[in-house]
Design a protein around this ligand. Structure first.
Ligand SMILES: [Ca+2]
Ligand SMILES: [Ca+2]
Ligand SMILES: [Cu+2]
Length: 362
């Protein structure tokens, strides 16, 4: 994949991950686990894009029909306040804390932290710098805090860290297919989670880079860096900020080609390729800009190594539908919120309907 706006830490890091979790996973009732999640009804959806604006090396295409079982997914990214609770209860230490430094978008580094910047640059993405002491509590460097960002997405979390949090919460990371199906909100073939226009009727829908990347950020959408996890309007499934704000880790290993061939394992609840170092990230971030990296489109994708953390990568969690039967072929009325599924008739149905309304086609 291209460098996008994502630097990567040294692969094959010597830092150990939570192969076995360094804490006891608390017992949680299913109703508690799914309290802030949306139920996605499953069924068939069209995954991927043939968008000519996409990067061929990303493997967004081909557009293919993918079948999913019903599942639940967080309506927002995991916020700092929740990640802080996890760390307080478990004593978990993130990769960035163990490694001692992490990646920060250079203009966000405070003058007080300039001496903490590592003497190394990221090829093709010189706006990223490694900063000693940057971690989830101090996302822009040790002089920064999350004091006023409790409702912002936790960042400076690696795939390993996200996986550990998810296990603690009684959840897991979404598969890439689950992420995309949920992010599309029932729209078929749309460019964004809300439709095809970036700002319909002039209304800003997401937090990306405005102005000229990477020299001038007009912050016309209200945010230079991260926005609260529930900023802007949610999509039809109730999910916030799938596009923009922060990249979101998915469970799958990264490949640009694994999914191209239609086989049961790539079309029916795909779990990603069996081998590979990097993991998938979806949704783009506050640094994405049409002129440089338009991966905030809902089909956009990238990957990064599992111990890398940056100031623009976070995550949300998913879980199986606890009410579905063992075969996964039918489901019962669950204890959680049934997400309204738009249909042509406007009625609410637990069956996935992947048709766009005439109004959406215009
Ligand atoms: Ca912005
Ligand atoms: Ca996002
Ligand atoms: Cu980008």
């Amino acid at each position: 994949m291209s460098a996008c706006c994502a630097p990567r830490n040294t692969p094959a890091s010597s830092v150990g991950g939570p192969a076995h979790l360094p804490f006891t996973v608390p017992e949680r009732a299913p109703a508690e686990v799914i309290r802030t999640m949306a139920r996605i009804p499953g069924g068939v959806f069209e995954m991927g894009s043939r968008d000519g604006d996409g990067f061929p090396e990303d493997g967004e295409g081909p557009v293919r029909e993918v079948t999913l079982r019903p599942y639940y997914i967080d309506t927002t990214c995991v916020k700092n306040a929740a990640f802080a609770r996890f760390v307080k209860e478990t004593g978990y230490v993130t990769d960035a804390e163990r490694i001692g430094w992490s990646f920060v978008f250079a203009p966000l580094v405070a003058p007080a932290d300039h001496a903490k910047v590592l003497n190394a640059s990221v090829p093709q993405a010189p706006w990223w710098v490694g900063v000693h002491g940057a971690n989830w509590r101090a996302p822009d460097g040790p002089a920064s805090t999350i004091g006023s960002r409790g409702n912002h997405p936790a960042v400076q979390v690696s795939w390993q860290d996200a996986t550990a949090y998810a296990a603690w919460a009684g959840k897991r990371l979404p598969t890439e297919a689950e992420w995309e199906c949920a992010a599309r909100g029932g729209l078929e073939g749309a460019r964004y989670p809300w439709g095809d226009e970036l700002a319909p009727r002039g209304r800003r829908q997401c937090n990306i880079w405005r102005g000229v990347f990477p020299t001038h950020n007009s912050a016309a959408d209200g945010y230079i860096s991260t926005a609260p996890v529930n900023a802007f309007r949610p999509n039809r499934y109730g999910l916030y900020n799938c596009s923009g704000n922060v990249w979101e880790w998915c469970a799958d290993r990264w490949s640009a080609t694994w999914h191209v061939a239609g086989r049961p394992e790539t079309r029916n609840n795909p779990q990603g390729p069996p081998t590979g170092e990097s993991r998938v990230l979806r949704g783009g971030s506050y640094l994405c800009h049409d002129s440089y990296c338009n991966r905030y489109r809902v089909a956009g994708r990238t990957g990064n190594t599992p111990h890398t953390s940056t100031g623009h990568m976070g995550f949300r969690c998913a879980t199986d539908d606890p009410s579905r039967d063992a075969a996964g072929s039918a489901w019962l009325a669950g204890p959680g919120r049934l997400v309204d599924t738009p249909t042509r008739s406007g009625s609410k149905s637990p069956t996935y309907v992947s048709r766009r309304t005439p109004a959406e086609r215009r």
